[in-house]
Design a protein. Structure first.
Length: 200
C-alpha cells in the first residue's frame, strides 16, 4: 500500500484559510514519515473564535510561519501523481483547491478517496464515523485537530481497513470496498460522486 493522508486546519470558515497542513506518507503499508506545517494564512491576524476553539492554533502561533506558497513548494512533489486520502475528504479537497486558486499556485494531479466512506464500508453499524470515534474503536492514538496527527490517524485507519479486507494495495482495497475515487488536476476537479468542476 502506497498513499498519502492529508489534513488541514483552517483559521476561519473561509476554505482558503489553512493555518496548518499535515501529510502522512505511507510506503509499503507503513507510515514512513509525517510532515506538519504551520501556515500563516492570508487572513492573518484574524482567526475565528470557533476555529480556534476546535484546534487551539492562535494568530501568534503562526506569526512567523511561512505562507501557503512556501509550504506548497515542499508538498507538491510529495503529492503529485499519488493517491491521497483524507477523513471527510470533501473538506480537505475544498481547502486545497480553494487555496491553490486564490494563491494562483500550480494544481497537482492525483486521485483521492475519503476514509469516512471507507470506514463505513469496511466496518458497518457504528453510530459515528468521525476520526475520534474510529480511532477509539481501533486503538489508534490521536491528538485530534492537529493536522499531522489527524493525517497519520487517517492513514492508520486505511491500513487497518486493508488488513481487515485482506488486501495489499490501495486500488484493490477501494475496489473490494466499493469506495469511489475523485481526482484533482490542473484541468478539473472530479468528486467521488462524479461532479466535475473545470479548472483549466
Amino acid at each position: 500500500m502506497d498513499f498519502l493522508a492529508l489534513d488541514f486546519e483552517t483559521a476561519t470558515n473561509e476554505a482558503d484559510s489553512p493555518c496548518e497542513m499535515g501529510l502522512a506518507i505511507v510506503r509499503g503499508g507503513v507510515v514512513r514519515e509525517v510532515r506538519n506545517w504551520l501556515i500563516k494564512p492570508r487572513q492573518w491576524p484574524y482567526f475565528s473564535p470557533f476555529t480556534m476553539a476546535v484546534h487551539g492554533i492562535r494568530p501568534q502561533d503562526v506569526a512567523d510561519a511561512p505562507g501557503f506558497a512556501e509550504v506548497w513548494e515542499e508538498a507538491l512533489p510529495l503529492m503529485d501523481g499519488g493517491t491521497v486520502v483524507a477523513h471527510n475528504a470533501a473538506f480537505d479537497m475544498n481547502v486545497l483547491r480553494s487555496t491553490l486558486l486564490s494563491h494562483r499556485l500550480q494544481m497537482p494531479t492525483f486521485s483521492y478517496f475519503c476514509s469516512v466512506s471507507l470506514c463505513r464500508r469496511v466496518w458497518p453499524g457504528y453510530r459515528s464515523y468521525g476520526l475520534g470515534p474510529m480511532c477509539s474503536v481501533h486503538g489508534i492514538g490521536l491528538k485530534h485537530h492537529r493536522a499531522g496527527n489527524d493525517a497519520e490517524a487517517a492513514a492508520e485507519l486505511v491500513l487497518r481497513a486493508g488488513r481487515a479486507t485482506d488486501v495489499d494495495s490501495t486500488d484493490e482495497l477501494l475496489r473490494r470496498s466499493h469506495v469511489k475515487q475523485g481526482s484533482l488536476s490542473p484541468q478539473a476537479h472530479r468528486t467521488p460522486g462524479g461532479k466535475v468542476t473545470v479548472l483549466g
